[in-house]
Design a protein around this ligand. Structure first.
Ligand code: PMP
Length: 453
């Protein structure tokens, strides 16, 4: 019986299952989860862990929500599937609701994953430029350390070399610039000056590559998986200005930052930007079912309406995208976020963890602590003056010790660039005060215990 025999389950796991990234290791077998409730996951041995990463930054309303299961169940009985080459009511209702959440006029295209939402965005951006007569505009600018997915197009936009080099050649036309990593700005430069300089590299790239070849810029409001790199307001203001000036679309990837994670509905609501295209996934359903969306500003969508010669259509079919059960579940998920004020709560909990952690800046390994809503990043360094990243064995050792005490946290950054040194915390927005205290106490006890000065 796999449900109770953990050795057998691990053996079969090794035999049959190909995991995401993590290779099988005898010494460190994967955790086999069997159930979960709130912020806590139970493994096959009956041990409980606080999921300080909400899975992969996605279970925003927490585990075990019966309402979500019921929403999907009821929809499966009523209408389990119908393609969005035609239409159905849950997709219409969700698209309307997403407009309310976005606070602007967008048209919604559904798919099943963050990667696919970005693929759709790239194709829309290229076709839009064609529709308005800008036939050479096919290139994209993204940032180093940014992550946009694992399919070939979204991987091409991703700026982390370790994920890419085995899969070359990738899609052409994707260029990268450095992110505004203010912690590592040159000495003598203010944060504002540095952020402006980083934004300027985008304009320089547009101009050097040829304005008439540029389709869009894609970025997360805050780089999350690449190490919690939080820009200054001035950076995004300038990026928007540059895009508008040069007729380049601005695609904002809200796959992690969306749905309250940032303390606002969407990450970009913390800044002044008005994206042309917004991509979203993960928190849209709190990961209970696969669903993603590409929201396109109404006036851009209008350019696709000329179907007179059949070339106006957006040639992009997605069989499962906007599945009725996933849409019904997403609607209920958004209602829960609203009814329980979880967007506001994300900011409150994030601030609480951040201020509790601030004393850790005195710790010899802690170079910087950054926060965006309920995303906290702690950058570990070997030396605070040179800011040399801490050795991977230290980063992994701290994570393993937290896990042995029942706390799951993340490790993010960019291996090839040598910055795989940012510990990340992104618990469910529904975490209780006790959950948050457990995160704070456990992490502090680990850092101030074996890893003390
Ligand atoms: N964009 C961002 C910012 C992400 O973090 C991710 C997933 N971690 C993706 C896109 C891709 O999403 P998915 O794994 O659902 O394809």
């Amino acid at each position: 019986n796999l449900g109770t025999d953990s050795e057998l389950a691990i053996k079969k796991d090794q035999q049959y299952l190909w995991h995401n990234i993590t290779p099988y290791s005898e010494a460190n077998p994967p955790m086999i989860a069997t159930s979960a409730s709130g912020s806590w996951v139970t493994d096959i041995n009956g041990d409980k862990f606080l999921d300080g990463m909400s899975g992969l930054w996605c279970v925003n309303v927490g585990y075990g929500r019966k309402e979500l299961a019921e929403a999907a169940y009821n929809q499966l009985l009523t209408l389990p599937y119908f393609p969005l080459t035609q239409s159905h009511l849950p997709a219409i209702a969700l698209a309307e609701k997403l407009n309310e959440w976005l606070g602007d006029d967008y048209v919604i295209f559904f798919s099943n994953s963050g990667s696919e939402a970005n693929e759709a965005a790239f194709k829309m951006a290229r076709q839009y430029q064609q529709q308005i007569g800008q036939h050479y505009r096919h290139k994209f600018i993204a940032r180093y350390r940014g992550y946009h997915g694992s399919t070939l197009g979204s991987l091409s936009a991703t700026g982390q070399a370790q994920r890419k080099f085995k899969y070359e050649p990738l899609a052409g036309g994707f260029l990268h610039v450095a992110p505004p990593d203010s912690y590592r700005r040159p000495a003598g430069m203010t944060v504002e000056e540095f952020n402006l300089q980083c934004a300027q590299t985008i304009e320089d790239t547009i101009v050097w590559e040829g304005v008439e070849t540029m389709a869009a810029v894609i970025m997360e409001p805050v780089i999350t998986g690449g190490g919690v790199i939080v820009p200054h307001q001035i950076y995004l203001d300038r990026v928007q200005e540059i895009c508008t000036k040069h007729g380049v679309l601005l695609i904002i990837d809200e796959v992690i930052c969306g749905f309250g994670r940032s303390g606002r509905n969407f990450g970009h609501h913390n800044y002044n930007v008005k994206p042309d295209i917004v991509t979203m996934a993960k928190g849209l359903t709190s990961a209970y079912l696969p669903l993603s969306a590409t929201a396109v500003r109404k006036d851009i969508y209008e350019a696709f309406k000329d179907n007179s010669d059949d070339y106006g259509h957006f040639r992009h079919v997605n069989t499962f995208g906007g599945n009725p059960a996933a849409c019904a579940l997403a609607l209920r998920n958004l209602e829960i976020l609203e009814q329980e004020n979880l967007v506001e709560r994300a900011d409150i909990l994030g601030e609480r963890i951040y201020s509790e952690f601030s004393e850790l800046l005195d710790h010899k390994l802690v170079g910087d602590i950054r926060r965006f809503g309920l995303v906290i990043g702690i950058e570990l360094v070997e030396d605070k003056v040179s800011k040399k990243p801490a050795d991977l064995s230290i980063v992994k050792g701290i994570i393993a010790e937290c896990k042995s005490k029942g706390l799951i946290i993340g490790k993010n950054g960019d291996t090839v660039a040598g910055f795989n040194n940012v510990l990340t915390f992104a618990p469910p927005l529904s975490s209780t005060d006790e959950d948050v205290q457990f995160i704070v106490d456990t992490f502090k006890s680990v850092l101030n215990g074996s890893w003390a000065q």
